[in-house]
Design a protein around this ligand. Structure first.
Ligand SMILES: [Mg+2]
Length: 436
């Protein structure tokens, strides 16, 4: 009989209620208390503690709809604090990379690992050890699933989360075990099968992962394309998707956001677009890239049907690729001016940088050699902003008042990324507060 595990074992490590767990790190008084984290602009609920899940508040639910419930159950509310989550995520990934040579950072709170057959004799034991190590070194609780393929590891983690809150690890054992499990997995919960494909399968009577793996390959390929067939092979325990250790090369870098309140004036839109361009230019430089195409868009709120609607965008190609904030802002503002129409309630603006090339890729312009002083200026600005916070030095174009800025009324401090916001540890028994 075919061995259930092949040459490699795959694992998925998924941080539990990640944004909530990050907030609780610095607020240990909130352990076992209901907590939510809101999206940019405090619009929707994007992370919930288990206590909140039990109240029946769903993922992505609008905040205003549940305000009464939140007050009634004394739920603590946080605006999203991405510098904090990004930093804690890096710590979790660092711990995993110290333990395993093959790690794929899949998202801010998930990572795949893989290791050869026989490396660990007792997989249950190893999953527990890994979980405890991440928790001890970072303070973040995780769920871990092991299986013979990436897709099955993802399903194993899903079962790990369904188990008791104390254990939260799950190892697939054998073919029989697998089939029992897959009978309980809805096709819409399979990693790699989108909602449209799941609906199509259900219409044809295929509702569970078990029913899907029993279908004929030609039929599967016809319904789900070759990518779907690969997913089904993985569900059968045949590895077809390997770990992506290097992050895929970025094709574009963008920043866009909804405003805290509707914006009418060109000057406010200019400040917003300059701010987003500054942020995107910083990301560009930190990845060692330059951009040659800049795309700017603005739009009104399409949900407010009673208001006049307008949306437009403009793409501009630079004569020479650049990562210089002032050059990119100038191009972005030229595009903005061309598409701006007065008299509308603007709700969102954004920019997208593409045509990315490595910094050292020079296509010298006959009369326009890059000015070395402008490169060192950007390096100096980035160094200062990295150290003292990203708004320390910036272009005058981003404005000072910024009425349009998105709302973040409940944001916690940047505990780990800003000197001025470091947590202060008061004299207290060590078991009640420990800084990771
Ligand atoms: Mg998670």
């Amino acid at each position: 009989m075919k061995q259930f595990y092949g040459e490699k074992t795959f694992g998925l490590i998924d941080c539990n209620n990640f944004y909530v767990s990050c907030e609780r790190l610095f607020r240990p008084d909130l352990a076992n208390k209901p907590v939510v984290v809101l999206s940019n602009n405090d619009g929707c609920i994007i992370a919930r503690s288990n206590e909140v899940k039990k109240l029946g508040i769903s993922m992505g639910a609008p905040y205003f709809k549940h305000k009464a419930l939140i007050r009634k159950y004394n739920v603590t509310v946080f605006s999203s604090n991405y510098p904090l989550y990004g930093d804690i995520s890096q710590r979790v990934m660092d711990v995993l990379m110290q333990m395993e040579p093959e790690v794929e950072v899949y998202s801010i709170d998930e990572a795949f690992i893989t290791f050869p057959k026989g490396k660990y004799l007792d997989l249950e034991n190893y999953a527990g050890f890994l979980k405890n190590t991440v928790q001890r070194d970072t303070g973040i609780p995780v769920s871990i699933g092991f299986g013979p393929t990436k897709t099955l590891a993802k399903i194993a983690t899903w079962f790990a989360k369904k188990k008791s809150s104390t254990d939260s690890t799950f190892v697939m054992n054998d073919q029989h075990h697998l089939e029992t499990l897959l009978a309980g997995v809805d096709v819409s919960d399979i990693w790699g099968i989108g909602r449209r494909y799941a609906d199509r399968l259900k219409k044809q009577g295929v509702h569970t992962a078990l029913a899907l793996i029993q279908c004929n390959d030609t039929w599967i390929k016809k319904q789900l394309t070759i990518a779907g067939l690969r997913t089904v092979m993985e569900l059968r325990g045949i590895p077809c998707i390997s770990l992506e250790k290097a992050p895929p090369v970025k094709k574009s870098i963008g920043t866009s956001r909804s405003f805290g309140q509707p914006v009418h004036a060109l000057s406010a839109l200019q400040e917003a677009v300059a701010t987003y361009t500054t942020q995107a230019a910083f990301k560009l430089r930190s990845r060692g890239l330059k951009a040659s195409i800049i795309h700017v868009f603005i739009r009104t709120n399409s949900f407010r049907k009673e208001q006049a609607q307008y949306c437009n965008s403009k793409t501009l190609t630079l004569s020479e690729s650049s990562s210089h904030t002032a050059t990119l802002i100038k191009a972005a503002l030229t595009s903005l001016k061309a598409i701006y129409q007065p008299g509308y309630h603007y709700q969102k603006a954004g920019i997208l940088l593409s045509g990315l090339v490595p910094e050292n890729y020079e296509q010298l312009h006959l009369f326009n050699a890059p000015d070395p002083s402008s490169i060192s200026l950007m390096e100096a600005v980035d160094t200062i902003n990295k150290r003292w916070g990203r708004d320390t030095i910036q272009s005058g174009a981003v404005g000072l008042i910024r009425d349009w800025c998105h709302r973040q009324l409940e944001k916690s401090p940047a505990y780990t990324t800003r000197w001025s916001e470091l947590p202060i540890v008061k004299a207290a028994p060590p078991e009640t507060f420990s800084v990771a």
